[in-house]
Design a protein around this ligand. Sequence first.
Ligand code: DGJ
Length: 386
Amino acid sequence: MFKKRIVEKLLPVVSLMVALLLTVFNAEGQTTGPADANFYPGAIWPDNNGVHINAHGGGILFQNGAYYWFGEHKIEGKKGNSAQVGIHCYSSKDLYHWKDEGIALKVSDDPKSDIARGSIIERPKVVYNSRTKQYVMWFHLELLGKGYGSALAGIATSSSVTGPYQYLKSFRANSGKMPFYPAGTPENDKANCSDTVTNANKFFCRDVSSGQMIRDMTVFVDDDGKAYHVFSSEENYTLQIAELNDEYTGYTGKFVRVYIGHQTEAQALFKRDGKYYMLGSGCTGWAPNAARWFTANSIWGPWTFHGNPCQGPGSELTFKGQSTYVLPVEGKKDAFIFMADLWKPENAIDGRYLWLPITFKGDEIRINWLDKWNLNLFDQQPHNSP
Ligand code: DGJ
């Protein structure tokens, strides 16, 4: 009787432990991460050590046959919203199973360093420069103790994809420069900072000499090898797209302002059949809001706003997530994964990842919620319809 009660009490605990072990170990006893080859948006995502992946606000680089995921390493509690450890890197061949490659860029113990522990280091994106053979990491940087007032980009480089990355410098964008206007831009749309400064141009004009603010950001490398920094600027009111130099370590001075005055964050770009697509979000701190998407036939615009690409229940809040990257799946046509963060600002380390397939209808994109899916979805028709 007594034994039976103990067994009854222990049974749920033992079952849970067995389930966890099955998740983490495969038949050969190796650690594997998730038990099957599926994505489970919003769920705990174990790495090869069975630990929830810690790479928030991230991006992915495909290099030498493997994917490398870089993101913000968060710790427990609200303190985890600032940089306490650095940028974490994981690698994968199949996108479901991720190997912990360690901290690619470490915060500094020197409180005077730009990347001091406790500074804010967000939305890292790593690109490979084939000219210099260097991996270049860009990130949004806020100096220690200054809240979100510094509004800088930081860069770090490494000759090895997983790092360690060496911090190089931080800066605002394109000081002393005026925007590039593609042919056909109406005169009224051009910022005139020496004459009447309009409301729409006031932060832009204020920052011409000191350089434009940089907050949420991404880096996009085009087919011709030219790279662009895309970021929320002008107190988050306006997007800017700025061309990078040949080394990807600074600007050429050519840039455009996009969707002026509409507060777009969380930029993610991709290109399909010669057309540029940009996804983003509104600006509501850590709280979710509706996603938005744009298209353009040239990186310089004009960019057309198309509203919310998400559909179905939860779509008005991007299923509680915020975009961070769009991943083109290697070897599959029209296969793009929308990567978003489900932030947990009260306990930052518990942030989750929402990866969902992008579906095309002609040139239009749609994102629908799925509890579980895998890459075979991209081979099924009608994933894309004309
Ligand atoms: C939303 C941004 O997208 C995040 O990267 C972060 O900066 C939070 N705001 C901070 O509130």
